[in-house]
Design a protein around this ligand. Sequence first.
Ligand SMILES: [Zn+2]
Length: 125
Amino acid sequence: MLLITCPHCGPRDESEFSCGGEAHIARPLAENSLSDAEFADYLFLRDNPKGLFLERWRHAAGCRRWFNMARDTVTHEIVEIYAIGSGPSSKAGMTAHAASWRRDTAAEAAAKPPRKARAKKDKAS
Ligand SMILES: [Zn+2]
């Protein structure tokens, strides 16, 4: 059982919270130009890493407010809790934030090479 510190109410038992899944997923700005497969990818597919993960949580049985949490999915260590609308401030959290292409806005994605080219580059290094 986790002891989660709600940024508005303080430390509470995990049973008072619900996890809303992956945080910081940028909605594609040019969604009309996406293929159905690309839009389905944005809408339904989520990362499921072993290690540090950025999640949205809600204090469902308390203040009912949302917040973000950087949590290790293996050890359940809570590295950081931070407000919706802001990014992680810890070095580990910022590294996890930068590691996922899902965080890119359309402008950021356009400035980078296509995903497949990036994946090949990552494997080569
Ligand atoms: Zn709360």
